[in-house]
Design a protein around this ligand. Structure first.
Ligand SMILES: [Zn+2]
Ligand SMILES: [Zn+2]
Length: 131
C-alpha cells in the first residue's frame, strides 16, 4: 500500500516535470524558427525580385495561399506576367528522433507586375538530415 503511494507520487512529480519542460521548449523553438528553416528555390531563371518575394513569403510563415485577386490595370488588360518555381521549405529538427527534418514542396507563382502570388503545397515528408 505504502509503495503504491510512493509510486503514484513519483508519477505525479514526473508528470509535473514534463509539463514544466514542454512549454519552455516550445517557446524556445518559436524564437529560433528562422534558424531552423531553409528555403530552396528550384528555378534559377526567375528574376531576383521574385526570388526575394519567395524568401519573404515563406520565411514569414506564409504557406498555402490562394491567389489574391489584386489585378493592376495592366494585368486586368493583359493578364498577369507570371513567374513560377518549385520551392522547398525544410524545417530542421521538427522531431526528436530520425528522420527529424520536415521537407515541404510547394508550387509557387507570382506576378512581376502586381501583388498576385499563389502557393500550393505539393507534398511533404520527413527527411534524414540533422543528426
Ligand atoms: Zn499581375
Ligand atoms: Zn535538418
Amino acid at each position: 500500500m505504502k509503495t503504491k503511494r510512493i509510486l503514484s507520487l513519483i508519477l505525479a512529480l514526473t508528470t509535473l516535470l514534463c509539463m514544466a519542460i514542454i512549454p519552455t521548449n516550445a517557446a524556445e523553438a518559436d524564437t529560433e524558427t528562422h534558424e531552423h528553416v531553409e528555403i530552396i528555390i528550384e528555378n534559377e531563371d526567375i528574376s531576383a525580385e521574385t526570388k526575394e518575394k519567395i524568401m519573404a513569403f515563406y520565411s514569414n510563415g506564409g504557406e498555402e495561399q490562394e491567389g489574391i485577386a489584386t489585378y493592376g490595370l495592366t494585368c486586368t488588360l493583359l493578364g498577369h506576367k507570371l513567374e513560377s518555381s518549385v520551392v522547398y521549405k525544410i524545417t530542421h529538427k521538427v522531431r526528436t528522433t530520425s528522420p527529424r527534418c520536415l521537407k515541404k514542396t510547394y508550387n509557387y507563382e507570382s506576378c512581376t507586375r502586381c501583388d498576385y502570388e499563389e502557393s500550393t503545397l505539393a507534398s511533404q515528408k520527413y527527411i534524414v538530415c540533422c543528426s
